[in-house]
Write a protein that binds this ligand. Structure first.
Ligand code: HEM
Length: 214
């Protein structure tokens, strides 16, 4: 079986810090929001922990951004510019996840160092990393000190609007993590993609042997 180095060290360090941090942010966020339902930590401890983890993840985001901006690996995030090609590839990938995978068909996407994402991952990760994560961190930062950032908070419609956006994104990220972990378990073995995010190396699935003449 061939191996391909697709996740450089900074990406792996960023990813696991981010994943672990997001789970803690969700847990402490639940505690802050639903104090009467969840009582693992005191309200004060949950707020302090939530703020600190938030700041660590904001700094960590710049590790991810810096790595991609200052290396040619940014190519993995380049969108497919032909809408026709993009939709065909997305459709093939959806067919695979919804149907082909249950019939043992091979994954239509063949990763390479500069095209490690399939069409669905490519769009999803762009939306998450370039839009939703920055909005999540920005709204969190505003609410960390509403007095200091009062003019900015007012500009965006007041504390209720900023808080609603933050909570809606909390719901989106909670759902994203479930779907993301499920999809990440659909490699040629259930742990293949997880191992790749730990070691950096993705094992390439052997092409099925085709019959003579085909
Ligand atoms: C328990 C939590 C998580 C687990 C187990 C997990 C697992 C994985 C795995 C196995 C991969 C590599 C396979 C793939 O490309 O899909 C991956 C990639 C990725 N994950 Fe996660 N993840 C988690 C949480 C998150 C969170 C919270 C985010 C963002 C908010 C995230 C964003 C990403 C991104 C952007 C990539 C592609 C990274 C790159 O190569 O540039 N993940 N994740």
């Amino acid at each position: 079986m061939q191996k391909l180095y697709i996740h450089p060290l900074p990406v792996r360090l960023w990813h696991w810090t981010n994943a672990f941090g997001f789970v803690l942010l969700i847990a402490t966020g639940l505690q802050i929001r639903y104090l009467d339902l969840v009582q693992v930590l005191s309200f004060r401890t949950a707020v302090v922990a939530h703020n600190w983890i938030g700041f660590v993840l904001i700094a960590n985001f710049f590790v991810w951004l810096g790595f991609y901006l200052f290396t040619d690996k940014i190519k993995v995030y380049h969108p497919e510019l032909s809408p026709r090609k993009y939709f065909q590839a997305s459709f093939r990938q959806m067919q695979f996840y919804g149907y082909g995978i249950f019939r043992g068909e091979p994954n239509p996407h063949h990763p390479s160092a500069y095209r490690k994402f399939n069409a669905l991952q490519s769009m999803m990760y762009q939306i998450i990393m370039m839009l939703l994560v920055p909005i999540m961190f920005f709204t969190g930062l505003l609410m960390w000190d509403v007095t200091r950032f009062s003019s900015m908070v007012e500009l965006f419609g007041g504390v209720r609007v900023v808080d609603t956006v933050h909570v809606l994104l909390f719901i989106v990220f909670s759902g994203f993590i479930i779907v993301h972990v499920y999809l990440a378990s659909l490699g040629h073995t259930p742990t293949a993609h997880f191992k790749a995010m730990i070691t950096g190396y993705e094992e390439l699935e052997d092409e099925p042997k085709t019959g003579a003449g085909s």
